[in-house]
Design a protein. Structure first.
Ligand code: SF4
Length: 390
C-alpha cells in the first residue's frame, strides 16, 4: 500500500471532546483538512460523506499526503510503525483495502466527559474530575487547551446526531465508546437502547474504560449489552498498588482488581464479552517499572498489558525528561514492545520541564493529602546546569 493511504478515512468517524471531527484521534487539528466540520453543527454522516472527505479518500488512493496526518508520516520517517500502520491498515494486510466508505467504526466523543477519576496525566477535557482538581490547585488554564470544564452537547444537538446515526445504522460495524468514563454517561446507554435489535446483533461494541464501574441503575452492563454481536473492554491501567492509586486518583485499587476478575469470569461463561487488553499510559511515574507492571498483571490475572501510549502533553511528564533515562534505554533496548517508550526516551531531555513536573506533583500531593515521594522516593528537582549536559 502507498505511503499515505489510511483505512481510517474509509471506515472511521471520530469526533473529539472539543466537538471537532478529525480523521482519527491521532490526526492534528491545526493542519486538518476537515476543520470546517464539528459535532455542534454537523451530523457524523454529513461529515463522513462530505465532498471534503471524498477528496481526501481520492488523494489517499493516489498516495498524496493529507493535512492532519503528519504525525504518522513523521513516525514512519523515523523508522517506527505509525497508527496508520499498526491500528488502521493492519486488518487489511491479507485482504482488500477499502476504497469506498464501508463497515464504519464510530468513535464519537458526544456523550459527555464525566469521569470519576483524576489521572495525573489526563487531558482535562476528557475528565470532569480531573478538570475540577486542576482548578482547585490553580493549574487548569495551563492544562485545559482552552476547552470548557464540562462538555455536553445540548439536548437538541445530541438528538440530531443520534437520529443521523440511527438512520445510517446499517453502515455501522463497530461503536467505540471512550471517556469521560463511558459507563457513567447516561447518554451512552440511551443511545445504545435506541438501536433496533435486528442491527444490534451485527454490531461490535468496544470500550475504553477505567474499569471502576460495571453497573448502571442497578443493572449489570453485561445485561444491557447482551444483544450486541460482541463487546470488548480495553482497561486503562498504568501501575499496580499504591502507585496506581496515586496515578489514577482516587481509584479504589481493590475494587478495580475485583472488576478485572468479574470481567474474566463473565467472558469465560459468555464469549460475547472479552477484555481486549490492559493499556498503560507511559509517563515519568511508571517508566521505571514497566517490566514489573507486566509481571504483576501476568502473575495475578494472566493478562497482557501494552505500552504503546506515551504521554506527550503535558510535555513535562514525558519520559524523555527522566534523569536516569540512559539506564532506562539500556533496560528496554532490543524489546519491540517498548518501541514507543524508547522513541520518547531518545528525545532530548529538558531539565526545566522535569522540575516543572516536580512542582506539579508537589501541588497534587498537597491537595490530595498523599505525598508522591512516599512511593517515588528519589524524585527530586535537578540542578539545571548539570542535567543540561546529559
Ligand atoms: S494517517 Fe495517521 S493521522 Fe491520518 S487518519 Fe491515519 S492514523 Fe490518523
Amino acid at each position: 500500500m502507498n505511503k499515505s493511504y489510511c483505512a481510517a478515512a474509509f471506515n472511521h468517524i471520530y469526533s473529539d471532546s472539543n466537538s471537532r471531527y478529525k480523521l482519527c484521534c491521532h490526526a492534528f487539528a491545526h493542519t486538518s483538512e476537515v476543520s470546517m466540520y464539528n459535532s455542534n453543527e454537523h451530523s457524523p454522516f454529513e461529515y463522513f460523506l462530505s465532498p471534503e472527505m471524498e477528496n481526501i479518500r481520492d488523494r489517499m488512493l493516489e498516495g498524496q499526503p493529507i493535512g492532519g496526518c503528519e504525525k504518522c508520516y513523521d513516525i514512519e520517517a523515523s523508522g517506527y510503525r505509525s497508527p496508520r500502520q499498526y491500528r488502521y491498515n493492519r486488518h487489511f494486510e491479507n485482504s482488500e483495502y477499502p476504497t469506498e466508505p464501508c463497515e464504519v467504526e464510530l468513535k464519537l466523543r458526544i456523550f459527555g466527559n464525566h469521569c470519576n477519576l483524576s489521572c495525573y496525566m489526563c487531558i482535562p477535557y476528557n475528565s470532569t474530575t480531573r478538570a475540577k482538581e486542576l482548578k482547585e490547585i490553580g493549574m487548569y488554564d495551563q492544562y485545559s487547551l482552552g476547552v470548557d470544564y464540562e462538555v455536553l452537547l445540548s439536548k437538541d444537538k445530541f438528538q440530531n446526531i443520534e437520529d443521523d446515526v440511527i438512520k445510517n445504522i446499517h453502515l455501522v460495524k463497530t461503536i467505540h465508546f471512550t471517556g469521560g468514563e463511558p459507563f457513567l454517561l447516561p447518554r451512552h446507554y440511551s443511545f445504545l437502547e435506541r438501536i433496533p435489535d435486528e442491527h444490534k446483533e451485527h454490531i461490535f461494541v468496544t470500550y475504553d474504560t477505567n474499569g471502576t464501574v460495571l453497573e448502571y441503575k442497578g443493572k449489570s452492563v453485561f445485561e444491557l449489552l447482551r444483544k450486541f454481536k460482541r463487546t470488548s473492554f480495553c482497561l486503562s491501567c498504568d501501575h499496580y498498588g499504591d502507585k496506581l492509586a496515586f496515578i489514577r486518583h482516587p481509584i479504589d485499587v481493590k475494587s478495580f482488581e475485583d472488576n478485572i476478575r468479574t470481567l474474566q469470569q463473565v467472558s469465560k461463561r459468555d464469549p460475547k464479552f472479552k477484555i481486549s487488553e490492559l493499556r498503560a499510559t507511559i509517563s515519568i511515574l511508571n517508566v521505571e517499572d514497566l517490566y514489573e507492571i507486566r509481571e504483576y498483571y501476568k502473575k495475578e490475572f494472566n493478562i497482557k498489558i501494552f505500552f504503546n501510549n506515551v504521554v506527550n502533553s503535558p510535555r513535562s511528564l514525558n519520559v524523555k525528561n527522566h534523569p536516569r533515562k540512559e539506564q532506562l534505554i539500556e533496560k528496554y533496548s532490543g524489546d519491540p514492545s517498548m518501541n514507543s517508550v524508547l522513541k520518547n526516551l531518545s528525545k532530548p531531555s529538558n531539565p526545566k520541564e522535569w522540575n516543572d513536573a516536580m512542582d506539579y506533583l508537589e501541588k497534587l500531593s498537597n491537595h490530595r493529602g498523599i505525598n508522591f515521594r512516599d512511593y517515588w522516593t528519589d524524585y527530586q528537582k535537578v540542578e539545571l546546569i548539570s542535567l543540561a549536559n546529559i
